[in-house]
Write a protein that binds this ligand. Structure first.
Ligand SMILES: Cc1ncc(COP(=O)(O)O)c(C=O)c1O
Length: 400
């Protein structure tokens, strides 16, 4: 009899961890590794948010809270949903979790039965398929190509829906591609969903605020009010507010789903950290202007990286609408050989050789379900990005 659960055996270890582990080992050996694999902003959490946390500690707000959030934070989330999307939610329709990841996980745990299918456009955030598997469902990956700027077409969505489809997971702007769907592109998808009333939408709006060039972010329930009753809108403070370590995410949706998610959470982690919740109240209710300031830096870095990568023979890099990632294709490099004799057979071989031979850590596309590509997180200094792109070019130029 196996000691480990059968469920766990269905889940893959994270492929991106392998490259990060190798990068850490090389650094420990004294090598000058440039890490472009971390999915978090390099900016510090704004001072007013930190102050709110300190004040919460001083005021003794250090005890258990309601499992899915303090009323003040739920109220701030309702106000945010109204302010940014014109959507009406009451606190009973809001769930706060330990990071965006936990709210997504709670929803899947609360709803999936064996055989239930979840449509996930690829390239996808690495955790979606494995969270679906852990919850007992079946991930259905649908590849959005480079030619469509990594966006799923309505025809692809229509073709992927079966009577067993329970959820469609939607993520815009996307990790790993940065692709953002404009209103018309999203409406084309929601039109498909309107024809299939048994399919629910789990939208992951984590990168909502990180958009450039005047891109207008929109979320499914706002584009198609007819989907309000079967949409779970997930978001969090991790990325826009530079609060990855604070672990606060949230979701808004139908009350019966939120109640089911609360049940899962109350029997797993109980409530998210009380102090972080007070910090998140300040994040959502306080000044928002630093987001635009950070975006100036993110856009400059995006432009720098996209231009440098497109200057390399064999690499094609579209310009994404948002997030802090680019997802270049290396189709033109497959089959080539490095000076040390490594054959670039796929994107994993590319990323491994790039790290070993040029000390640049990126995550290979297979981890995100679409190859041959790699992901760069440009949430790091301009100097590091310039140097990393120089090394990537010199690596590619020596391939034969
Ligand atoms: C698309 C997406 N959703 C959710 C998350 C999870 O965010 P959190 O750190 O709040 O759990 C991430 C983090 O990388 C992400 O990229």
């Amino acid at each position: 009899m196996s000691f480990l659960s059968a469920t766990l055996s269905r889940v893959k270890p994270s492929p991106s961890i392998a490259i990060s582990t190798l990068a850490a080992e090389l650094k420990a050996q004294g090598r000058d590794v440039i890490g472009l694999s971390a999915g978090e902003p390099d900016f510090d959490t704004p001072q007013n948010i930190k102050d709110a946390a300190v004040a919460a500690i001083a005021a003794g707000k250090t005890k258990y809270t309601a499992p899915d959030g303090i009323p003040e934070l739920k109220q701030a989330i309702c106000a945010k949903m109204k302010r940014d999307h014109g959507l009406d939610y009451t606190p009973k329709q809001v769930s706060v979790g330990t990071g965006g990841k936990q709210t997504l996980y709670n929803a899947l745990m609360a709803t999936l039965n064996p055989g239930d299918e979840v449509i996930i456009p690829a390239p996808y955030w690495v955790s979606y398929p494995d969270m679906v598997l852990l919850a007992g469902g079946t991930p259905v990956s649908v590849e959005a190509s480079l030619e469509s700027d990594f966006k799923l077409t309505p025809e692809q969505l229509e073709a992927a829906i079966t009577p067993k489809t329970k959820w469609f997971i939607f993520n815009s702007p996307s990790n790993p591609s940065g692709a953002g769907y404009n209103r018309a592109e999203l409406k084309a998808l929601t039109d498909v969903l309107m024809r299939h009333p048994h399919v629910w939408v789990m939208t992951d709006d984590m990168y909502e605020h990180l958009v450039f060039d005047g891109f207008e972010f929109c979320t499914p329930a706002e584009v198609e009010p007819g989907l309000y009753e079967r949409t779970l809108t997930c978001n969090g403070v991790s990325k826009a507010y530079a609060m990855t370590g604070w672990r606060i995410g949230y979701a808004a949706g139908p009350e019966h789903l939120i109640a089911a998610m609360r049940k899962v959470q109350s029997q797993s982690t109980s409530n998210p950290c009380s102090i972080s919740q007070w910090a998140a109240v300040e994040a959502l209710n306080g000044p928002q202007d630093f987001i635009a300031e950070n975006n100036v830096a993110f856009k400059r870095r995006r432009d720098l990286v996209v231009a440098a990568l497109n200057d390399i023979d064999g690499i094609t890099c579209p310009t994404p609408e948002g997030a802090f990632y680019v997802y270049p294709s290396i189709a033109g490099l497959i089959g080539k050989t490095t000076p040390k004799g490594t054959v670039i057979s796929d994107d994993e071989a590319f990323a491994t050789a790039l790290l070993e031979e040029q000390d640049v850590a990126v995550v290979f596309g297979a981890a995100f379900g679409l190859s041959p590509n790699f992901r760069i997180s440009y949430a790091t200094s301009d100097e590091a990005l310039v140097e990393a792109c120089r090394r990537i070019k010199s690596f590619c130029d020596t391939l034969s």
